[in-house]
Unconditional design. Structure first.
Length: 357
């Protein structure tokens, strides 16, 4: 267990500073059992690479770990906490710990209680299990979970288990006192604007940090200043960081990228090179996340990238039927050769033995 979760004001401050938060994958052996050495190694990599937070038990960790029959949720959450504690350093500046929460209300509350007891700071609440619920039912669900653990809202695209959520829902959601951030990941510009506008209209831009989860549009999300008619001339909003599956790999480069976008936003000067990088990163993401097949191979794609760097032993998933789509490996080969500057191979090679020791 960590010494304690951040007080909510400190948590808001940490999130508002803009962090790299990788969506932590699950390291498995060829027998599809947890590979504890490599699971710890991944966490050590993220912390060394400059991540300001960790999101564990989320889609990239495989939602199957939330099945009680798997017996994996608690140990996977606990491993990350142990590594954060072992790292030491300034406790006031430790990484923000985000736990994925799923299921109907009882399950989500139980998971939030577990995460809180382990020392997690907030919960990334997926609403994918409530696909037929109306807004009133969803709001009751969210409010109940928020009484246990601060919420990191989550707009997850339907292709990977989420559901469409209206502007009216988000406008009510951001009024919940325990909401500290929102991961915006619908891979849709109109739906992305729904969330940002809801935060703006609620007047909670200073309390709720906006994080991109749009792996297809990372750089532009981080560079955009959002202004709406209701804002007046003096108020604007921006996405301050990212909670991303894309940042589960090449994380050192992601930390550098976030710093670059912060500088560009602050100065109002966006270089043509940064715009070129935006397109390259989207192209790479399309191959790794398997956009051509509605993201069916996104988790094996992340694993394949980590395997090539030596961080994972293979790309196995808990579901034995989950693997790369036809033609995806060739597409990954293409972007691997095309964009070496997006990767952090030298950094990983230099420290890999220590992380896996």
């Amino acid at each position: 267990m960590t010494d304690s979760a951040f007080p909510i004001d400190k948590l808001r401050s940490q999130l508002a500073s803009g962090l790299v938060i990788p969506a932590h994958p699950l390291a498995l052996s060829s027998q599809r059992k947890i590979d504890e050495r490599r699971q710890r190694g991944l966490t050590r990599y993220y912390l060394a690479a400059g991540a300001g937070g960790l999101a564990v038990g989320v889609h990239s960790t495989q939602f199957e770990i939330h099945d009680p029959a798997s017996g994996l949720l608690r140990p996977v959450l606990d491993l990350a906490v142990e590594e954060v504690r072992r790292r030491g350093g300034d406790k006031a500046q430790r990484p923000v710990l985000v736990a994925g929460l799923v299921g109907p209300t009882k399950q989500a509350v139980d998971e939030a209680s577990l995460a809180r007891d382990l020392g997690y700071d907030c919960g990334l609440l997926s609403l994918g299990a409530m696909k037929t619920a109306g807004d009133d039912e969803l709001m009751a669900h969210c409010r109940t979970v928020a009484e246990v653990l601060p919420l990191f809202g989550f707009y997850l695209q339907p292709a990977v288990g989420g559901r469409k959520l209206s502007f009216a829902f988000w406008r009510r959601f951001v009024e919940i006192p325990g909401v500290v951030a929102v991961k915006i990941a619908p891979f849709n510009r109109y739906q992305t604007l729904d969330v940002v506008r809801a935060v703006d209209e609620a007047g909670r831009a200073r309390e709720i940090a906006l994080y991109t989860g749009n792996d297809d549009n990372i750089v532009f999300d981080l560079l955009t200043e959002f202004r709406f008619a209701s804002s007046g001339q003096g108020r604007s909003l921006r996405m301050v960081g990212g909670l991303l599956g894309q940042w589960a790999m090449w994380t050192r480069r992601a930390s550098e990228l976030l710093a670059e976008t912060k500088d560009a936003f602050a100065t109002g000067s966006v270089s043509s090179g940064l715009l070129t990088l935006a397109a390259q990163l989207t192209d790479a993401n399309g191959a790794l996340f398997d956009a051509a097949h509605s993201y069916a191979g996104c988790l094996p794609g992340i694993h394949e990238a980590l395997r090539r760097q030596g961080l994972l032993a293979g790309r196995w998933c808990l579901n034995p039927r989950e693997d790369l789509s036809r033609g995806q490996i060739e597409d990954i080969d293409r972007i691997w050769n095309a964009y070496p500057d997006l990767r952090d191979d030298d950094f990983v090679a230099e420290h890999l033995d220590v992380w896996l020791s």
